[in-house]
Every structure is written in structure tokens, then in C-alpha cells.
Design a protein around this ligand. Structure first.
Ligand SMILES: [Zn+2]
Length: 166
């Protein structure tokens, strides 16, 4: 009995060679022309799924922010009534400041994420979700499933990153 070729499962070669796939997004098959075939737009069902995900994400991030903000005020007050009464807690103040900065950094990134999620939901409402904000072509569904609040297609995103590296 001959062994079955395992080739069937390797239907999607783009997934295996992630690094090499950068230059050639999605379907390279036919055209090597400059004009790339645009990705298919999302189906309504997919938009709906992603909308639900984004809404859940918004709830989650808001809860996270609340939890973070609960931790902040007590640290803040140390600085506020700093009239001179705090020498004895100087060590505490220092570590509180450090802790506060850490918490603020986390808060900041959660805020940014929440903002991106909210903007994506606005695009869902406006019917422009899944459309690249630069070239106005559909963003590939795979990308949106990986990054539901993506506002640029992969090519424009890469271009943007090249233009303004962090
Ligand atoms: Zn684009």
C-alpha cells in the first residue's frame, strides 16, 4: 500500500513562507504587472463577525482602563499633598513614581488600542470598514482577521512604515 502524498494539506504555501511572502501579497499567481489585483472585499457576514469582535474588544479594553485608573489616583495624591509631609515616605514616593510611570505607559497603550478599535467601529457604521484609507482598495480579509482594526492595506502599511520608522 503506497503512502498517501501529504501534499493536500499544503494547499496554502503563503502561510509557510511568511518572511518571503512580504513582497508578494496574497495571490501572486498570474500577473507580474504593476497593477495588482485587489483583494476581495469582505462579505457582510465577515464584517458582522469582526464588528462583534471589535465590540467585545471595546468592552474588554474599557474594563482594563477602569482597572488601571483605579490604581492611579492613590499614587497621584502623593504628589498633590506634597507640602512637605512626605519626607518619611521618600522611598515610597520614589517607587510610587516608578510604578505610576509604568501604569501610565500601560494606560497609554490601552488607550491607543481602544481608540483604534473605536475608529474601526465607526468605519463599520459608515460602511467603509475593510477599505484601505490610503489607496481605497479592500484590505485583504486575512489581514483583517489578524488585525481587525487595521485601517491600511498591507502595502500602504509597509509604505507608511518605511516613510516613518519608529
Ligand atoms: Zn492601501
Amino acid at each position: 500500500m503506497p503512502t498517501k502524498p501529504a501534499g493536500r494539506s499544503k494547499k496554502n504555501p503563503g502561510r509557510t513562507a511568511k518572511a518571503g511572502a512580504r513582497k508578494s501579497p496574497v495571490r501572486t499567481s498570474a500577473s507580474r504587472t504593476t497593477r495588482q489585483k485587489p483583494a476581495r472585499p469582505l462579505t457582510r457576514r465577515e464584517v458582522e463577525e469582526l464588528r462583534r469582535f471589535l465590540e467585545a474588544e471595546r468592552v474588554r479594553l474599557n474594563e482594563e482602563l477602569e482597572a488601571i485608573e483605579e490604581r492611579l489616583p492613590e499614587v497621584e495624591q502623593v504628589g498633590l499633598d506634597a507640602g512637605g509631609s512626605y519626607d518619611e515616605d521618600l522611598v515610597d514616593v520614589a517607587s510610587d513614581t516608578f510604578e505610576r510611570e509604568k501604569v501610565l505607559a500601560i494606560e497609554n497603550s490601552v488607550h491607543q488600542l481602544l481608540h483604534q478599535v473605536e475608529e474601526a467601529l465607526v468605519r463599520v457604521e459608515g460602511g467603509t470598514y475593510g477599505i484601505c484609507q490610503v489607496c481605497e482598495q479592500p484590505i485583504h480579509p486575512d489581514r483583517l482577521h489578524a488585525l481587525p482594526y487595521a485601517r491600511l492595506c498591507i502595502r500602504c502599511k509597509e509604505r507608511e512604515e518605511r516613510a516613518a520608522p519608529r
